[in-house]
Design a protein around this ligand. Structure first.
Ligand SMILES: Nc1ncnc2c1ncn2[C@@H]1O[C@H](COS(=O)(=O)NC(=O)[C@@H](N)CS)[C@@H](O)[C@H]1O
Length: 438
């Protein structure tokens, strides 16, 4: 992609309304634009990262055996009356009337709707276990939307819903999602720690939040340092096997958000030198809630003994749009964003130092083609701005690699490769630089 034909509206100044680094940097790097409180447009570079995050979530959900569908953003109020949640949900729910005065709402979550889909299509326990998920925009009329996409009003969520015959098999579904979440966040280049959590409006009695540790996190968290360096399950993990050892390993060390923190237990169980008290950004949450929806909505299956019984359910959310903010909070410096390789808008920023010089342009274009042939995406700064402006913009945008092409370097047969995260620079022949990145 040539920057001279792209839209990357970077800002020189820090926007006054941005209080935390990720909000500031997403605006300054031209990734998003606020349209209303908590409601954003996703500009081209921001959308590229959003889609890369979504793709990793989708791959790991599919690996764990979940089936993707897509439910609408608008839902009938009557559906929420049936599950008994319509009034309880409160002012966060955006209620809408259509031209026929029908009562609708912009969905904040989909337990009710997915239970209705299940009820209409599944009658026998032989179809279980079943896990249905989608990646869909949600609306929650937050009292105080803030921190940019971190606490928005319209936001992108992956929400999955499991259906099982009984509690024991429902807990296995819960464990599959727990393991899938460990893999998902690790693949994005962040550490998200599972912690015991409150269940809140979703309900149930078993829940874990996955939190990225960051001082700007909204949740105070308490954990045993041991939980911070446990091994991530490999791509070959057997989701049909016994996942209990993995879940036990990750839930044995003390780890709790403030609303379920037990001070005495923390002091008793965790030696002082291993006690971590910090803040975290909740990027995902998993719930087991039994028959909370299937009973009132009569989502029943005929069991092996021939009797009809309500299914045991669980729901599993990931804040896809919130993750851009969380990833930036976990990876930035004074110069700007430092993206993990897997989710950067582009893998490489090619910087032309002498735009208009035929040879420099040719080598830059050749490198871009070579990278794209390797499945890597590159943003080619072919503008005629000063080098200093170009470097500052690339550092702000935070692409993992900068590949600098200039007349002087080419005179010695080299280009310069810079690793954004470490600042390390290498002078290499163009094809060696491409090989080094690949
Ligand atoms: N206002 C918000 N802005 C951005 N992301 C949010 C917001 N509210 C929640 N999220 C993200 O969405 C994830 C799931 O939300 S949740 O309420 O915990 N869970 C559910 O809604 C369940 N239906 C899971 S399927 C959260 O972990 C968080 O990462």
């Amino acid at each position: 992609m040539r920057l001279s034909r792209y839209l990357l509206p970077t800002l020189k100044e820090n926007p006054a309304e941005a209080q935390i680094a990720s909000h500031r940097l997403m605006l300054r790097a031209g990734l998003i634009r606020q349209e209303a409180a908590g409601i954003y447009s996703w500009l081209p570079a921001g959308l590229r990262t959003l889609r890369k995050i979504e793709a990793i979530v989708r791959e790991e959900m599919n690996r764990a055996g979940a089936l993707e569908l897509l439910m609408p953003t608008l839902q009938l109020a009557d559906l929420w009356r049936e599950s008994g949640r319509y009034d309880a949900y409160g002012p966060e729910m955006l209620r809408i009337r259509d031209r026929h005065e029908r009562e609708l709402l912009y969905g904040p979550t989909n337990e009710d709707m997915v239970t209705a889909i299940f009820r209409a299509n599944v009658k026998s326990y032989r179809a279980l276990p079943l896990n249905l998920y989608h990646v869909q925009w949600k609306f929650r009329d937050e009292q105080r939307p803030r921190f940019g996409v971190m606490r928005g009003r319209e936001f992108l969520m992956k929400d999955a819903y499991s259906f099982d015959l009984d509690e024991a098999t429902a807990r296995r579904s819960y464990q599959r999602m727990f393991v899938a979440y460990l893999r998902t966040f690790a693949r994005m280049g962040i550490r998200a720690i599972p912690m015991r959590a409150e269940t809140g409006p979703i309900g149930g009695d078993l829940s874990h939040e996955f939190l990225v540790l960051a001082q700007t996190g909204e949740s105070a968290v308490y954990c045993d340092k041991a939980v911070l360096d446990l091994p991530i399950p490999g791509a070959g993990v057997d989701y049909d096997g016994d996942l209990d050892p993995i879940v036990q390993q990750w839930t044995a060390p003390y780890a709790a958000t403030e609303d379920v923190h037990d001070f005495e237990r923390f002091e008793r169980e965790v030696p002082a030198e291993r006690r971590v008290q910090t803040r975290g950004i909740e990027v995902g949450q998993v719930f087991y809630f039994g028959t909370k929806y299937s009973a009132p909505m009569k989502a029943l299956v005929t069991g092996p003994d021939g009797s009809d019984k309500p299914i045991h359910g669980g729901s599993y959310g990931i804040g896809v749009s919130r993750l851009l903010g969380a990833i930036i909070e976990a990876g930035h410096d004074d110069a700007g964003i430092v993206w993990p390789d897997a989710v950067a808008p582009f893998n490489v920023g090619i910087v032309d130092l002498d735009p208009g010089d035929a040879q420099v342009g040719e080598v830059g274009a050749g490198i871009q083609n070579a990278l794209e042939a390797l499945g890597l995406d590159a943003l080619h700064d072919d503008t005629d701005e000063r080098a200093g402006v170009k470097f500052a913009r690339m550092d702000l945008l935070g692409l993992p690699w900068q590949l600098i092409v200039g007349r002087r370097g080419l005179g010695e047969g080299t280009v310069e490769l810079k690793r954004r995260a470490t600042g390390e620079r290498l002078s290499l022949a163009p094809h060696d630089a491409v090989a080094h990145i690949a």
